[in-house]
Structures are given as C-alpha cells and as structure tokens.
Design a protein around this ligand. Structure first.
Ligand code: HSE
Length: 323
C-alpha cells in the first residue's frame, strides 16, 4: 500500500483527495498498490473545510516523522517548504509529487530527479510527459503556450466587457488564481512554467532573469476591442525559441489571429504548441487550473461544436444525419 502525506488542502489538494477516493479501485488496478491518504498538513486547522477521513495536523513534522508515509504530495504553494519536503523525500527514498512551479523554477535541478511534477505546468495536460518521453527523440525548436488560466480567463472576460478588477475577483472566487494573484497577472507564473518546460526541452539551469516578462496588468478593454477589429485576440503567451543565436525566452501579451490554434484556448484552459525537429508541430490542450469541480466536463471548445453526424450522398449536396 502507498500511504500518502498531503501538504496543503486548498482547492487543488481537496480535489486530489476526492479523485483518490473516487478512483481508489481504478488506481489500485493501474498502480498495483492501494493509494491511501494517511495524513494531511494544513496551515490553519480551524479553517472550515469538508470533512476528510485522515488525520490533519498543522505541523509538517508530524508528516516527516511518520515512518508509514512513503509518498509526499506537496500542494501548499510555499516555495521553501516545498523544497525542504522534496529534499527530505529524495533523501529518505520516499516518493514526491508537487505542483509547485515557483519552487521548481527556482530549483531546476529537481526537474531531473525522480519526482512527479506533471501538474506544475498546464494543470491537467500531460505536457511534461510529452517533453520527457513522447518527444524525447526530437531536438525541440520552440515552445509557445497559454500557460496561465487566470490571465486567459481575465482577458476573455474583459473581451466580453468586464473590468480587469471584476474579472480578477471572479478568477479568485473560482480558485484559479495564486494566493498572490500578482504572480498570475504580472506574468511571473507563466515564466516559472516556461522555465520548467525549457529546462526539460533544452537542458541546463535557466535563470529567471533571462526571461523577458510582461504581464496583463496594463491592458484595457479598449485594447481587446482594437484587437477584435483586427481579427485578433490578445493572449498572454509564454515563448521559448531555440535558434542559431541561442535560446530566447519571453512572456507577454501578444496579438493572435483568431485562426491561430492558441486563439482557440478559452477561459481557464491552457494550450501549448511544441515544435520538434523531426515531428514538426504538436499541440496540447486542457484545463490549466482549479480543481476537478471547477473545470467543466463540457469543454470550452464545444461552443463552436461542429455538426456531428453521418455524411451520406458523397459528391452531392451533403445530407447530414444529426445525432
Ligand atoms: N494560477 C495558476 C493559473 C494555477 O491560473 O494558471 C495553475 O497553475
């Protein structure tokens, strides 16, 4: 049995617990072991939260001193604590899983250690796995992504006429934003995620200072209206390009033609285009933030749902049977 100690029971932590419970049998079948949460660590024990069927404590030492725990899942969002936990787990031969992009961007050496960090970039999109395994025979030429759901949501709301402040507040209520939303809106969160992807794709430790970072804080509704008149939308785009002159990294708002693949990434969804020298262009899309309950099962893309049906009478005016 794998006994889990989970640090942080916010929106994402509670969602993880819920999925572990809901899919206990499925996960046991797939992993060959039962996955059971034994202990949770939270900052404030008195805070109102749904009941859980494991011990809660306010001290991480309770978890570190529990010899039964063999997998630490870190979802606290705290950089130093997450780093300490990672070091402890690696030293003790315990499993370690984290979604902490700020910590991984700072301590990139961990990216190449045997830890799990799939959810640190692109939320539910298996993008880390794609770079580590699926594209491993390619030299990566570029990565371009909408990697911050909060900014994407705010830009979409502003495009619909909402103010920046109200859109941000809604993103916070929905649990998309970081504890300090400035991390999202300043572009820093996207930069952290870009560094993780770039370190995987291009190797080595890349300094945060080498990323040109601009956020969406100065964008006005009028800018979005102007973009629309040009047949474009505004996206906060994280970009890494490996060219003859070296690696260039940037995060900032860009104008994308409505026909661009990444222009289809709406709301809190994330998307990334990765170009490999052999495979060419590949595209990844999925929910980028929030917990399971917050990510609609009906995808945003279904807004432009094509007619699904059988086409008959080929070569003539198509007779579509809907259903
Ligand atoms: N605040 C982040 C976002 C959460 O909005 O994308 C997921 O990393």
């Amino acid at each position: 049995m794998v006994q889990i100690g989970i640090v942080g029971l916010g929106c994402v932590g509670l969602s993880v617990v819920e999925i572990l419970n809901k899919h206990a049998a499925l996960l046991e079948q797939r992993c060959g072991h039962a996955l059971v949460v034994k202990r949770g660590v939270v900052r404030d024990l008195a805070k109102k939260r749904p009941p859980v069927d494991f011990a809660l404590s306010a001290s991480v030492d309770d978890l570190l001193n529990d010899p039964d725990i063999n997998l630490i899942v870190e979802l606290s969002g705290q950089v130093d604590l997450a780093y300490q936990l990672a070091r402890h787990a690696l030293k003790q031969g315990k499993g370690f899983v984290t979604a902490n992009k700020a910590m991984l961007a700072k301590h990139q050496e961990l990216i190449h250690q045997p830890i799990g960090f799939e959810a640190s970039v692109g939320g539910g999109i298996p993008l880390i796995k794609a770079l580590k395994e699926g594209l491993s025979a390619n030299a990566i030429l570029s990565i371009e992504g909408v990697l911050n759901g909060t900014c994407n949501f705010i830009l979409e709301q502003m495009d619909l006429g909402q103010s920046f402040e109200v859109a941000l507040q809604r993103a916070q209520e929905l649990g998309y934003a970081e504890a300090s939303a400035h991390l999202d809106t300043s572009g820093q969160d996207s930069a952290h995620k870009l560094l993780i992807l770039a370190s995987l794709a291009f190797g080595g430790k890349i300094a945060l200072s080498s990323v040109e970072v601009r956020g969406i804080e100065g964008i006005a509704n009028a800018d979005l209206a102007h973009a629309k008149r040009l047949g474009c939308c505004v996206k906060l785009l994280a970009q890494a390009h490996q060219e003859k002159g070296g690696l260039t990294l940037s995060v900032g708002p860009v104008l994308l033609p409505q026909s661009h693949l990444l222009a289809q990434v709406k709301g809190v969804m994330n998307g990334a285009v990765v170009v490999g020298d052999s495979v060419g262009e590949t595209f990844y899309y999925g929910a980028g933030g929030g917990g399971e309950k917050l990510n609609p099962l009906v995808p945003w893309s279904s807004r432009a749902k094509p007619h699904l049906g059988r086409l008959t009478n080929f070569g003539q005016s198509p007779d579509i049977v809907l259903g």
